[in-house]
Design a protein around this ligand. Structure first.
Ligand code: NAD
Length: 498
């Protein structure tokens, strides 16, 4: 019988009693490798109730002990990095190096969470009035929840629960139903690190389970990462229910190439940033905007991208893996067809792609379009596949207008040798994460992941530094101190300013 993915509720890995199961497939073969349960209403309630109960004692655990849990957890994740990466390879199809990077990016967040005592320091001001001091404490919120996408099954859950739990909250995590096994292994390691019962719960499922989270009165804050439509729904529904919500959504990231840029660096950067990870990255470069004479490089860019081949994770020469599902592949192929019909020039067409020995994989070959305009669907939609669209403009101002008119604002980059052009771009571009001669400018977690516009809904870009603000409240205390022995007030203490 196919393996059934377990739920992690009240400190135990348990078999779900549900009758609804979602097949988890190896996207390189279509083999069903597991079945993910859609947690029942009762299982959802038990998970949230257990997290609520655990919060009562977890919030009292000293901050340094919470930090030590994260240190142990970080060590275990490092020890098991390759093993976790292999689970990612099986259920998502990433190459092994890419999957290891997925885990590593999560480990960096756990290291940040281990730094929680200094991140949770409050503020004080003495003598706000005579004998009165004001000071603030940072306190946890209660039960927080996370809803995560398929494309980073280790990193994105690790963006959320370690910071929330280090702050003193408890956490209910609903990972993607398309690759749910990675999180279960991570949860086992969290237990091994010493996490007390109930602090983390892992529930599996899809919309129905998310809706329970959105409406449950005991969930105080929700972190979401996923597509735009779902992100908007989660933000609207969660805030309608008066919860704190942050929703990281989809993207369409532009790279601007100035004619003074180093051509070889541009080509190398574009190959990895556009089709790497099968284009299934919210920070992938999907639009290259060539300024002036730089447009002459487009054929060379297409030729370099054309040398890249997808393959299975056991093939060391594979540059990237399959798309997550046949549906995702079909959607990408239909957008490629639409691009051709709308008049873009298809310089490289990856629609008909095969990998020896794996005829059933969801393969899409690298694809490059030129002469793309902003009205075309291949420009407007997030393709989330190995497809680079290119366009040509006459000036940096024109390039800035294209990028700033885009409804998305996750990441962007400029390649140039000019400090003036780089400064103008970083200052004027309406995008939250900007690379200068760097194609994918993802910040480390001592900064924050700062998507703008339609790529983020909420007010704290929690992940990394700002996560502490998202997952906590500030309590401000103003105290008058009476002490007859210490006469700190009274007429004699007046300061004569003259
Ligand atoms: P998705 O929106 O389909 O799913 C994300 C989560 O939402 C999953 O857990 C899923 O079960 C749940 N979900 C799906 N449909 C739902 C519905 N109708 N109601 C309630 N919940 C629902 O996203 P995906 O396909 O798994 O991931 C890819 C998307 O994630 C891309 O758009 C990508 O840009 C985005 N993403 C964004 C970031 C970022 O930081 N901005 C990072 C990674 C991925």
């Amino acid at each position: 019988m196919t393996k059934q993915v377990q739920l992690f509720i009240d400190g135990a890995f348990i078999d779900s009693t549900t009758e609804q199961w979602i097949p988890v497939t190896n996207p390189a073969t279509q083999e069903v490798i597991a079945q993910a349960p859609c947690a029942t209403a009762d299982e959802m309630s038990r998970a949230i109730e257990s997290a609520k109960e655990a919060f009562k004692s977890w919030k009292e655990v000293p901050v340094s002990e919470r930090a030590r849990l994260m240190m142990r957890f970080g060590h275990l994740l490092k020890e098991h990095q390759t093993e976790i990466a292999e689970i990612i390879c099986q259920e998502l199809g990433k190459t092994i190096e890419d999957a290891k990077g997925d885990v590593w990016r999560g480990i960096e967040v756990v290291e940040q969470a281990a730094n929680i005592p200094s991140l949770m320091m409050g503020e004080t001001v003495e003598n706000v009035a005579r004998s009165i001091d004001t000071y603030s404490y940072i306190q946890p919120l209660g039960v927080c929840a996370g809803i995560t996408p398929f494309n980073f099954p280790a990193m994105i859950p690790l963006w959320m629960f370690p910071m929330a739990i280090a702050c003193g909250n408890t956490f209910v995590l609903k990972p993607s139903e398309q690759d749910p096994m990675t999180v279960n292994r991570i949860a086992e390691l969290f237990v091994e690190a010493g996490a007390p019962k109930g602090v983390l719960q892992v529930v599996h499922g899809a919309k129905e389970q998310v809706d329970t989270i959105l409406h449950h009165p005991d969930i105080k804050a929700i972190s979401f990462v996923g597509s735009v439509n779902v992100g908007q729904y989660i933000y609207k529904t969660g805030t309608d229910n008066l919860k704190r919500v942050q929703a990281f959504a989809g993207a369409k990231n532009h790279m601007v190439i100035m004619p003074d840029a180093n051509k070889q660096q541009v080509i190398n950067a574009l190959v990895g940033a556009s089709v790497g990870a099968a284009g299934q990255r919210c920070m992938a470069i999907s639009v290259a905007v060539f300024v002036g004479a730089a447009q002459d490089w487009i054929p060379e860019v297409a030729a370099a991208i054309g040398k890249v081949r997808p393959g299975v994770y056991t093939d060391p020469n594979a540059a990237y893996g399959p798309q997550i599902s046949p549906q995702a592949k079909a959607r990408i192929l239909s957008l490629i067809e639409q691009g051709k019909k709308e008049g873009a020039t298809c310089l490289l067409d990856g629609s008909d792609c095969s990998v020896d020995g794996f005829p059933n994989g969801n393969w899409v070959g690298p694809t490059v379009f030129s002469n793309v305009s902003t009205e075309m669907e291949i420009y407007k939609q997030e393709i989330f596949g190995p497809v680079l669209t290119t366009m040509s403009v006459d000036s940096l101002d024109e390039a800035l207008k294209v990028v700033n008119d885009s409804p998305y604002g996750n990441g962007t980059s400029i390649f140039t040798a000019s400090g003036a052009a780089a400064r103008k771009y970083q200052h004027q571009v309406e995008v939250g994460q900007v690379g200068i001669n760097i194609p994918i400018p993802v910040p480390l977690p001592f900064f924050s992941f700062t998507g703008w516009k339609g790529s983020f809904y909420g007010d704290q870009h929690a992940y990394g530094k700002q996560a502490v603000r998202f997952y906590t409240e500030t309590k401000t205390i103003t105290a008058r101190w009476f002490d007859d022995d210490i006469q700190v007030s009274g007429p004699n203490m007046s300061i004569n300013l003259r």
